[in-house]
Design a protein around this ligand. Structure first.
Ligand SMILES: Nc1ncnc2c1ncn2[C@@H]1O[C@H](COP(=O)(O)OP(=O)(O)OP(=O)(O)O)[C@@H](O)[C@H]1O
Length: 221
């Protein structure tokens, strides 16, 4: 088995007026390709920070981060973008869909940017898998929260990425829509070699991952 993500002795420190704040403290974790991991812990314990550093959205203050076999902590934005393109996807609590694009274009455009083939057919196929074919030409503002997140899931999965980082993907949804999105994420990643790294407050959702990692005060317990 190879590592999809490896963090070694990672610290994330922010300067504050009254000194510095260690948000991640000596984090080491190894996540195997194709596995699923849920990161849980109290509010402010560093879960989102961990995922940001793991995905290369934030540089660690110290330590090493390897994503898909490549050390990323010192990579330029350009190289990082190239590494992530089509291979690393994110799903956020607040969906992050482009409001001026239809559901179809929200799914299609990143595929085009990644230079993949058959982007229109793929976008349609994934909208169908998340049960939204009939809403393909609707804009995010015309969709419910659960529907928007299903578009975001289709967008994340359509490139057949190696890794998906999902930060509280059900955090803005009611229980039923949340369950639907959780079902989709596990169903659609379970039958492929996709690594799923998930932050959630929902213990039932977390327990569906192969491994649950507990964080407290910037550390893995
Ligand atoms: N840019 C920043 N500057 C200063 N402090 C920050 C910054 N980003 C995050 N923090 C602090 O880092 C700590 C961890 O935040 P983080 O968002 O990672 O926690 P979390 O476990 O995901 O919390 P929640 O469950 O509430 O989303 C918090 O105390 C937060 O205020």
């Amino acid at each position: 088995m190879t590592s999809a993500l490896e963090m070694k002795n990672v610290w994330l420190t922010f300067a504050a007026a009254d000194g510095s704040l260690d948000v991640l403290k000596d984090i080491s974790i190894d996540i195997q390709s194709g596995s699923s991991v849920a990161i849980v812990g109290p509010s402010g314990s560093g879960k989102s920070s961990l995922i940001s550093v793991a995905a290369g959205l934030e540089k660690p203050s110290r330590g090493e981060v390897s994503l898909l076999g490549e050390r990323i902590e010192a990579l330029s934005e350009d190289r990082l973008a190239r590494l992530r393109r089509g291979r690393v996807s994110m799903v956020f609590q607040s969906f992050h869909l482009l409001e001026t694009m239809t559901a179809f274009d929200n799914v299609r455009t990143p595929l085009e940017i990644a230079g993949l083939d058959c982007v229109e057919a793929r976008a349609d196929e994934w909208l169908e898998r998340v049960g939204l074919s009939h809403r393909r030409l609707h804009y995010p503002g015309q969709l419910s929260g659960g529907e928007r997140q299903r578009v975001a899931v289709a967008r994340a999965l359509a490139s057949d990425p190696a890794v998906i980082f999902a930060d509280e993907p059900t955090g803005n949804l009611d229980a039923e829509s949340g369950r639907g999105v959780a079902d989709l994420l596990f169903a659609l990643t379970g039958d492929r070699e996709t690594t799923l790294v998930l932050v959630t407050h929902d213990t039932e959702f977390a327990s569906r991952a192969a491994r649950v990692v507990h964080m407290r005060d910037g550390r893995i317990e």
